[in-house]
Design a protein around this ligand. Structure first.
Ligand SMILES: C[S@@+](CC[C@H](N)C(=O)[O-])C[C@H]1O[C@@H](n2cnc3c(N)ncnc32)[C@H](O)[C@@H]1O
Length: 521
């Protein structure tokens, strides 16, 4: 398979493994007009921070759990004057490249830089995707060819689903020789065997019920179809007029004779009362809706870039705060064809927060419980991204409130210091939470457990015997003092262990040394 190379690739290829795990600091919760200090825990998150670190922070809780990722990364147009930098040249990214790629980073072209930026982020996104999950990535001609090859490498060429083309402009552009009117959205599944694009609901308005058919509204479809198929050529007789019909030249009837006769018996064939009206077939609305229609790869009908700008300006009382939003209708389409009502949807280049808007709209429409996770690096994460989500929840202009809630986080300190020891500044509860996640991958109920007990899961009880600046020991005394929970199996963390191996085997106790045996992501 052809592979893509660029300057800096060798430095970046395993970089996602070296990214420090940082804790997330809860700043506030928001639920319908109310800001709270406590976490709401609806599963909806907005995180302000570089997505490389934020994605790492999500791994313990979300690895293999995210159903749908939509990202709209900077297209690398070279434009540096938008609210975000579209030249891979923002101060944060410049500093990160310098540190990660080293001196060589000074020689990188903007394409090398973009690829260096994207590669480790896509690696983490790949880890977060569920077994039947899917990622959509919007892009234009600046990087689409590079992105395709990079995605083939990270997600596997066999997991490519489609390249959807969004027609984002309807009017002609006169300042260039070509009116650019589309961009791309690559779609890759985590595993093509477990993922299928869902059909779209039929939105035809032409179903009517002129004969009061008890089966409901219907539309008359032609009985004939293109090409010659001799076994599907037979005489159809109009029972009202005795006229005889054969398929028109070069065409055939769409059913076998047996199926036609059954349809006739079931009042599904429509004949004209007089004249030469060809027979037609009744297609019922309920059947069409159940079947849906497979989405085309070209999307002409779901709003333009101008619509997106107008939508955002309407939310912000006529102010234009962000240059390149997507319309919520575009992201609704993506979510509709790839998720169900309980899916987790992640956007790690959140911008103005359109993905959360689309999730909230769809939940309101169908009573779903989809969750969104947004990550935005710039400091407008609060003033634009989160503010838009608040306004959508509460209703804006003539739009009804969608309802909903979210928790807002910033990135905190790394859990491990530069010597690979636990960083006590993050607080013991964050450390306990992390260890619990690494062991069980299920949420940690902080209030209910008294240290050093972490909790029980699958007949195993977990303990984390840890004290600031004190060496802890697992021995008969600490066992008697702390381990009261009866369990089939015990996993106990401490700095040292003095219990004999035979005793541990007999009681099904596993010792894990702090910090050596704490899983790193
Ligand atoms: C093209 S915009 C996304 C627009 C968004 N789809 C919308 O509808 O508003 C890209 C966004 O990604 C953000 N971004 C770029 N690099 C990032 C990073 N490393 N971490 C988090 N956000 C980043 C930019 O600040 C910008 O807001």
């Amino acid at each position: 398979m052809p592979t893509l190379n660029w300057i800096g690739k060798d430095k970046i290829i395993n970089h996602h493994q070296e990214v420090p795990y940082k804790v997330l600091n809860h700043e506030y919760g928001f639920s319908e007009n109310r800001k709270t200090n406590d976490a709401i825990e609806s599963g909806n998150l907005i995180i302000n921070g570089d997505n490389l670190e934020a994605l790492k922070s999500l791994l313990p809780q979300y690895e293999g759990k995210v159903n749908c990722i939509y990202i709209d990364p900077p297209y690398n147009t070279g434009n540096e004057s938008w609210v975000y930098n579209d030249n891979v040249n923002s101060p944060q990214i410049k500093k990160w490249l310098g540190k990660t790629v080293g001196k060589e980073s000074e020689d990188l072209t903007r394409h090398d830089k973009w690829l260096c930026m994207m590669y480790p982020r896509l690696k983490l996104l790949h880890k977060l995707l569920a077994k039947d999950g899917v990622i959509f990535i919007s892009i234009d001609d600046n990087e689409q060819a590079n992105l395709k090859l990079m995605c083939d490498e990270i997600f596997g060429g066999g997991n490519f689903v489609a390249n959807f083309i969004w027609n984002h402009r309807k009017s002609s552009q006169n300042d260039t020789d070509v009116s650019l009117s589309h961009n791309y959205t690559f779609c890759y599944s985590k595993n093509r065997n477990f993922f299928r694009i869902k059909p779209l609901a039929i939105l035809e308005k032409k179903f009517t019920n002129s004969d009061n058919d008890p089966r409901g509204a219907w539309v008359a479809d032609p009985m004939d179809a293109p090409n010659i198929r001799v076994n599907l050529e037979y005489e159809i007789i109009n029972p009202n007029t005795n006229e005889v019909f054969l398929p028109p030249k070069g065409r055939h009837w769409r059913f076998t004779k047996e199926k036609y006769e059954e349809a006739l018996k079931n009042n599904r064939i429509i004949f004209g009362k007089t004249g030469k009206t060809k027979p037609q077939y009744k297609r019922f609305q309920f059947e069409a809706e159940a079947k849906g229609i497979n989405p085309f790869t070209i999307w002409n009908e779901i709003g333009t870039a101008t619509d997106a700008t107008k939508e955002l300006m309407m939310i912000f009382d006529g102010e234009k705060l962000f240059q390149t939003p997507k319309p919520s209708s575009l992201i609704e389409r993506i979510i509709e064809i790839s998720t169900n009502k309980n899916s987790i949807i992640l956007d790690s280049f959140a911008g103005s927060g359109t993905t959360a808007h689309a999730v909230l709209n769809l939940n309101k429409q169908d009573g779903g419980n989809r969750q969104f996770i947004l990550i935005e690096m710039e400091n407008y994460a609060e003033t634009i991204t989160a503010e838009r989500v608040k306004r959508v929840i509460n209703g804006y202009a003539d739009k009804e409130p969608t309802g909903g809630s979210f928790d807002y986080y910033t990135l905190g300190e790394p859990l491990f210091d530069e010597n690979n020891n636990l960083n006590e500044n993050v607080g013991i509860e964050k450390i306990r939470e992390y260890v619990w996640f690494t062991e069980t991958r299920i949420p940690f109920e902080i209030q209910e457990k008294t240290a050093p007990f972490l909790g029980s899961h699958n007949n195993t009880s977990y303990y984390f015997i840890y004290e600031k600046e004190v060496l802890t020991t697992l021995d008969y005394d600490s066992l008697a003092q702390y381990v009261q929970q009866k369990s089939e199996r015990y996993i106990i963390y401490a700095d040292n262990c003095l219990l004999p191996e035979s005793f541990m085997r007999e009681k099904n106790i596993e010792f894990k040394k702090i910090p050596r045996d704490i899983t790193r992501f």
